[in-house]
Design a protein around this ligand. Structure first.
Ligand SMILES: *Cc1c(COP(=O)(O)O)cnc(C)c1O
Length: 397
């Protein structure tokens, strides 16, 4: 059997190298040939405690032996405990659990539309941001502002008005009697780590208050400690009405959450649900993850490693004539002077370092939140080797 035919039963949904990963431990992945990689993608900012952390394997095995799926028709202890933990540590009063970030965002969109139908004469339009990313269901693709998704899967779900990030005037101009909410990522992750400014987020809060709109933060990527605070809204100094979480909250298993202020919670029985939503197996993992993050010093470590990574990337940028370093905490990006992000990530992988090119001219780094100082240094050293080798081969950057 040729190597490629071994993968032919899987639908082609993305370009993948012919590598099969078989094991992961902490910041390290191992492929089927025994090659080890330092993983600075971590399941796409998902494995916040690294690969196979003991607290998650324990939570999974204990809960699997106890109760996996009593059905969403009944309460279960892990879901109650996780909802309590989330509300005790955020500005929200209510939680709905989902299985993916897109599904949590779908819930946010539905909640806003329901609220509009009850309190704003059927207003349903949601203002979202150009280059924003909210997921791959039809509604969340429609809410997203990825330019190359235009024209895909038409007709899209109507009711999403796109404006430029950090353009408060454009948001103001887009508000009409049909508007019910403004939805955005505090830092655009998939777009290449582009932060919304604090002034913009505060301006949005004011606009929302003036016009009776809901402010929705998609914290699927920025939440759960990624930026060095539990949630990004805490750094911005504004409280959204609705927030979605995904990725890190499950530490690697499918878990997401929709959080809302009490005043906004208007779902009635039958409006929202899902077979696996709030299942105790995943909720038990969520509890383990959040409890690990609430340990004294955990978020401080994230901030310290983030500064170390950003400073190191800045040195590399100066040394090799690269672009700006953006981000906060352990969501960092390095701009490249040419569109060779894919070549750089491939060369890095050859050397045993896994990073992501969020855009052709942008490298993105999202290591485990408990990555060690040595591992950050190793990442920077390997990346330096990549750029040295690239320069020797006469490639710009
Ligand atoms: C990853 C991501 C999503 C989608 O999450 P899935 O679990 O892939 O559905 C939504 N919003 C943001 C900001 C993301 O980074």
């Amino acid at each position: 059997m040729s190597e490629s035919s071994a993968f032919d039963s899987l639908m082609t949904i993305t370009k993948r190298p012919p590598i099969v990963m078989v094991a992961g431990q902490g910041s390290w992945l191992t492929d089927s040939n025994g090659k080890r990689y330092l993983d600075f993608i971590q399941g796409w900012a998902v494995n916040c405690l690294g690969h196979a952390p003991a607290v998650i394997t324990q939570a999974l095995s204990q809960q699997a032996a106890q109760l996996i799926s009593p059905s969403p028709a009944f309460y279960n202890q892990p879901a109650i405990r996780l909802a309590d933990l989330l509300t005790a540590n955020s500005c929200f009063e209510r939680v709905f659990f989902a299985n993916s970030g897109a599904e949590a965002n779908e819930g946010a969109i539905k909640l806003a539309r329901k609220w509009g139908s009850l309190h704003k004469q059927g207003a349903y339009e949601i203002i979202t941001m150009v280059n924003g990313f909210h997921g791959r269901t039809l509604a969340t693709m429609s809410a997203s502002g990825k330019p190359h998704w235009q024209g895909l899967f038409e007709p899209k779900v109507p009711g999403f008005i796109k404006v430029g990030l950090n353009d408060l005037e454009a948001v103001t101009a887009a508000i009409s009697e049909r508007t019910v909410a403004i939805m955005l990522e505090p830092v655009q992750g998939e777009a290449g780590v582009i932060p919304a400014s604090q002034l913009f987020l505060q301006g949005l809060r004011q606009l929302a208050d003036q016009h009776q709109l809901l402010l929705i933060f998609d914290e699927v990527q920025t939440g759960m400690g990624r930026l060095g605070s539990l949630f990004a809204y805490q750094q911005a100094g504004v409280e959204p009405d609705i927030m979605s979480l995904g990725k890190g909250i499950g530490g690697g298993v499918p878990l997401a959450a929709l959080l809302a202020k009490e005043a906004v919670c208007c779902f009635e029985p039958g409006d929202q649900g899902g077979t696996y939503n709030g299942n105790p197996l995943m909720a038990a993992v969520g509890c383990a993850v959040l409890e690990a993050m609430l340990q004294p010093g955990f978020l401080e470590q994230v901030r310290e490693r983030g500064v170390q990574l950003a400073n190191g990337l800045r040195k590399l940028s100066t040394r090799h004539g690269l672009g700006e370093v953006r981000g906060s905490g352990l969501l960092q990006a390095l701009a490249l002077p040419a569109n060779n992000g894919d070549a750089v990530t491939e060369a890095a992988r050859e050397l045993g370092l896994i990073i992501n090119a969020a855009r052709p001219d942008t490298l993105r780094f999202m290591p485990a939140l408990n990555v060690s100082a040595d591992e950050v240094d190793t990442c920077l050293r390997l990346l330096d080797q990549v750029f040295v080798a690239g320069a020797e081969m006469g490639c710009p950057a």
